[in-house]
Structures are given as structure tokens and as C-alpha cells.
Ligand binder design. Structure first.
Ligand code: HEM
Ligand code: HEM
Ligand SMILES: [Fe+2]
Length: 495
């Protein structure tokens, strides 16, 4: 059965990666809710899980599960795109376990050993790399990440080299190689605080507003090619335009983090101007997704995947484009820097652009990894509900944080005299933090519904079902399948 829904047997290694990603995603959200509660009940779980540790676990789990998702996506997409089996499925499986064990050990280390002790135990004195947000991993973990990344890149690059080269794989490879390359700056941690911060942003900014955007564009294009059947030439053109805009704006856009860290003053201009252009590629992605769905040449039975693909383009634009823009100009950032506005943006951008695109590819791929073309209508209906509940939960969180941030700036940053202190301001913001917890719990419920949709039965769409030409890019016009066109149409209406 499995072999029928999959064009290449070795694509099946992706399943492990996707399952691990989902388990770690669950952990990330549990720690997120813990953090949200600790904002209101300061000593919750103290001294066992202090806020700083929970925060580190929350953000590190996010990054790690997104990396699992990207790798799974690559292992799934590349054999099919390259029209050849993966260079080494065994290597992919070995690296999976290495990454999972190293990741789990690191998280346990965070939770069980005081951070300073962990640094001492893991050789931080040899090369000091610890202590920077998102890059808190001990040295052996960082080295492990590099080893896994190199093995992974070797594996997928060899596959592409021996097979068909498509624009989608080319952009994906560029993004993934860039991701690994930029991570090397996590080993550069000079004592000079200005240079320390600068290299830190070389990883964090050039990831999310640089090379990861290539990965995003490639995953999105892939899901759209598969589900809409629109010609590749059209989709490739869009993708190239999007990544050109992403790189043109995003690279020098790094300057929006150099405003107040001690870098030369010209960065106020460079950072403001280039980062103001950064919403463009995200906007184009949204136009792209809607266009492709409008021009679709068939109604793929997996409409849940289409919903996630369109959703990621919209939410990514809102989170990165709109919420990024509101605080990116230097005169604005002067007031908002490091406030709750930043947290609002960080959440919506990460969720909209990267969490949702990984779910989109999982939503498309997972049924095929389980021998189906698409899940049953019942399962897809629940999945689509989970989409809305998660998006609404995130929306509530982000609006609450945006309001909190605005009041924070108003009380603490704007007044020339008699500005409220940091903690006194926080006391005024509690109502917003309660709303944020409401949004967080809504999100948690949506996530639970999403996981539950994997276990909902009903009549799944199987490869044997007539008229489904799986794997071909441009087969079957809209409505060519009397059996499924109608339900698909009906689900379409929910986008
Ligand atoms: C999907 C893409 C993006 C993601 C995942 C993302 C994520 C984040 C995160 C997590 C932070 C907080 C970093 C920290 O200080 O700990 C941040 C900061 C920031 N982001 Fe983004 N971002 C994205 C795109 C953008 C875009 C397109 C813009 C501009 C239009 C932007 C503007 C900013 C600015 C100005 C800051 C600094 C905020 C401050 O000074 O406190 N971001 N971003
Ligand atoms: C997929 C969903 C989520 C994503 C992508 C996400 C992402 C992030 C990121 C990137 C940060 C660092 C922010 C920054 O530096 O500005 C963060 C911190 C945080 N997150 Fe989440 N998060 C998610 C869900 C949640 C949930 C459900 C809650 C629960 C209420 C939550 C609560 C928090 C809190 C309280 C912090 C610490 C903020 C601070 O230091 O003031 N997150 N999250
Ligand atoms: Fe940035």
C-alpha cells in the first residue's frame, strides 16, 4: 500500500522526521503555556522550572522541531523532484536518531542541570558559545548539529546531482546550505558585546529573513504544484521573483538589528530602508498562493493541505510583513525595541511563516506516507477546524501582546519625565497577559485537534481510487473526478 501512494520508497524516511517534529511541537507549546502562566504567577514551578529555563526550552524546541520539519520535507520532496531514490536512506535514518538523541539530551540538560554547571560540564571554556538567545546549546550539541547538517546536505545534494534538477530543489538546496553555513556564526562569540550581537544576528536574522525564506518558498511552491496542477513554468517564475526580493531586502535588512547595539550610525538608514522592503516577498507569496489556487487545474482530494498552504502565505505576510514593518523603522524601533511588540511579531512571524509551512507539507505528505492520497473528509474537516482554532488562538495572543506592547511603550518609553519603571509597567499589563493565556490555551486546543485528526477514520482516498493521477504535475482538470470533485469543491469554500 505504502509503495503505491509514494513514488519512491526512500521518501518514507520523512515519516520519522515528521513524527518527531510533531512531538517536539507539542512540548514547545506546553512550555509556552507554562511561560505565559509564569508571567502572571511568578513562582509557578519554582525552583524546578524557572522562567529563563522554560523560555530556553520553548524557543529551542521550536527551532529544533522546525529543523526536523525542514529535513523531513527535503527527504520527502527531493526523491520525487529528482526522480530517483534518495542517495542513502540508511544515513537519513542514522542521522535522525543522532539528532533526536542529541536534542533530547540537550533539553534534559537544560531542565536538570543549572545552566552554568552545564556550560562547565560541556567544555564551554574551550570555545565559549553558550548563553545567546536561540543559540544556548552546549558546544557538543552545536558540533552535533553541524555534523548532522553536513550528512544531511551530502545525502540530499548527491540525490539531486544524480537526478532531475528542478527549480524547487535548487531553491531548497540553496536555503538548506545557507542555513548550515549561517549556523557556523554561532561558534563566533567575541568578548566585545557589539561584535557578539552582530554575529548573533548573522545567525538569527539571516536565517528567518534570509535563507529560511528560500526554504519557505520552495515548500510552498511544492505543495502548490502538487495540489493545484498549475504548470511548473508559472510556479518557478513566481518562486524566483520571490527569492530575489527576499535576498535583496533581507540581507541588508539585517541593519534593523544594528540600530542601538553600538554599530555605526549609517545602519539606521540602511536597516530602515532595506528592511522596509522586506514585507514585499511575503506579500508576493500571498498573491502567489491565491493566484495558483484560482488557476488550479484540478481539485486535489487533499484540500486541508491547500488550506495550510494558503494560510501560511497570509499569516506569514501578517506576522513577518505587517508586524515586522510596524517596528522596523529606526525612529519607531527606538521606542519599541525589546518590548512586547517584539514578542507579538516574533510569535506571529514564526508561526505564520515557518510553523504553518511545515504543517502544510506534513499535511500533504503524511497521508501518502500512510498509503493514502488524502485523508477522509471527516479527518480533513477536523484538520481544517484545527487550522482555524490555532490561527485564532495565535491571533488572540498576538493582539494581546501588541496591546501590551503599545501600553508598555506609552508608560515606560515615551514620557520624557516621570516614565514608569520596567516592573511597575508590567503590573499595568496583567490584563493583557491574561488574554494572552486565553489565546495560548485556545492554541493548545487547536493543536490537540490537529493531532487528533491523524487518528480520525472514515473513507480515506486511496491510490486505487479511479481518476486520481497521483504524482503528475498537471493532470486532471478541475472536476475531472465526479467522485471527489464535489466534496473538494465544498471544502474549497472554507478557505
Ligand atoms: C518569518 C520571518 C520572520 C521571523 C520568524 C521573525 C522573527 C523575529 C523574532 C523572534 C524577533 C525577536 C528577536 C529577539 O530579539 O529575540 C524579531 C525581531 C525583529 N524583527 Fe522579525 N521576524 C521575521 C521577519 C521580519 C520582517 C520581514 C521584518 C521587517 C519588516 C522584521 C522586523 C523585526 C525587527 C525590527 C525586530 C527587532 C525588534 C526589536 O528591536 O526588539 N522581522 N523577529
Ligand atoms: C507555534 C506557536 C508558538 C511560536 C512559534 C512561539 C515562538 C516564540 C518565540 C520566537 C519566542 C521568543 C520571542 C522573542 O524573543 O521575542 C517565544 C517566547 C515566548 N512564548 Fe512562544 N511561541 C508559540 C506559542 C506560545 C504559546 C502557546 C504561549 C503561551 C501563552 C507562548 C508564550 C511565550 C512566552 C511567555 C514567551 C517569553 C516571552 C518573553 O520573554 O517575554 N508561546 N515564543
Ligand atoms: Fe530581522
Amino acid at each position: 500500500m505504502t509503495t503505491q501512494a509514494l513514488k519512491y520508497q526512500s521518501q518514507s524516511v520523512a515519516k520519522l522526521y515528521f513524527i518527531a517534529a510533531m512531538v517536539l511541537f507539542a512540548g514547545q507549546i506546553l512550555f509556552g503555556v507554562t511561560l505565559g502562566l509564569q508571567y502572571l504567577i511568578g513562582d509557578l514551578f519554582f525552583p524546578y522550572i524557572p522562567f529563563n529555563i522554560a523560555r530556553m526550552v520553548h524557543t529551542n524546541l521550536l527551532i529544533v522541531w522546525l529543523l526536523f520539519g525542514f529535513m523531513g520535507a527535503a527527504y520527502y520532496m527531493i526523491p520525487e523532484e529528482a526522480e530517483t531514490e534518495l542517495h542513502s536512506p540508511a544515513l537519513a535514518i542514522a542521522l535522525f536518531w543522532i539528532f533526536l538523541i542529541a536534542g533530547a539530551a540537550t533539553i534534559l540538560g537544560y531542565l536538570l542541570v543549572p545552566y552554568a554547571k552545564l556550560a562547565e560540564l560541556t567544555g564551554n571554556d574551550l570555545l565559549q558559545t553558550m548563553g545567546r538567545e536561540f543559540l544556548e546549546q552546549p558546544l557538543p550539541t552545536k558540533v552535533g548539529i553541524v555534523v548532522v547538517a553536513l550528512g544531511f546536505l551530502f545525502n540530499i545534494s548527491m540525490t539531486v546531482l544524480k537526478g532531475r534538477k528542478t527549480a524547487i530543489t535548487l531553491v531548497l538546496l540553496m536555503g538548506l546550505w545557507g542555513l548550515a553555513l549561517m549556523f557556523l556564526f554561532s561558534f563566533v562569540n567575541p568578548h566585545n558585546l557589539v561584535r557578539d550581537k552582530m554575529y548573533w544576528w548573522f545567525v538569527v536574522h539571516l536565517w528567518v529573513e534570509g535563507v529560511w525564506e528560500l526554504i519557505l518558498a520552495s515548500l510552498l511552491a511544492y505543495v502548490l504544484v502538487k495540489t493545484t496542477g498549475v504548470d511548473r513554468e508559472v510556479i518557478d517564475k513566481w518562486m524566483y521573483i520571490i527569492i530575489a526580493f527576499a535576498l535583496m531586502s533581507g540581507l541588508l535588512g539585517t541593519g534593523h538589528h544594528f540600530f542601538f547595539i553600538g554599530m555605526p550610525g549609517y545602519w539606521l538608514w540602511i536597516g530602515s530602508i532595506f528592511s522596509a522592503l522586506e514585507p514585499l516577498p511575503f506579500f508576493l507569496m500571498a498573491v502567489f498562493a491565491f493566484n495558483m489556487v484560482q488557476q488550479r487545474r484540478r481539485n486535489h482530494p487533499n484540500q486541508a493541505a491547500v488550506l495550510w498552504a494558503v494560510g501560511t502565505s497570509v499569516m506569514g505576510f501578517l506576522g513577518a510583513g505587517l508586524w515586522g514593518f510596524i517596528h522596523t523603522l529606526a525612529p519607531v524601533n527606538y521606542y519599541t525595541h525589546g518590548s512586547q511588540i517584539t514578542a507579538a511579531h516574533g510569535h506571529l512571524a514564526f508561526f505564520g511563516a515557518y510553523v504553518m509551512v511545515v504543517i502544510a507539507i506534513i499535511s500533504y505528505a503524511m497521508p501518502t506516507l500512510r498509503g493514502r492520497l488524502a485523508n477522509s473528509q471527516k479527518s480533513q474537516a477536523l484538520e481544517m477546524w484545527s487550522f482555524w482554532v490555532m490561527c485564532i488562538g495565535m491571533g488572540i495572543m498576538v493582539l494581546a501582546l501588541t496591546a501590551a506592547g503599545t501600553v508598555q511603550v506609552w508608560l515606560q518609553r515615551l514620557p520624557e519625565t516621570n516614565a514608569l519603571g520596567f516592573m511597575a509597567t508590567q503590573d499595568e499589563l496583567r490584563i493583557f497577559y491574561w488574554v494572552r493565556i486565553g489565546g495560548g490555551i485556545t492554541f493548545l486546543i487547536g493543536q490537540f485537534m490537529y493531532f487528533a485528526s491523524f487518528f480520525v477514520g472514515g473513507q480515506h482516498v486511496l491510490p486505487g481510487d479511479k481518476h486520481h493521477k497521483h504524482g503528475h504535475d498537471s493532470h486532471g482538470g478541475a472536476g475531472s473526478n465526479p467522485l471527489h470533485a464535489q466534496p473538494a469543491q465544498r471544502l474549497n469554500g472554507r478557505i
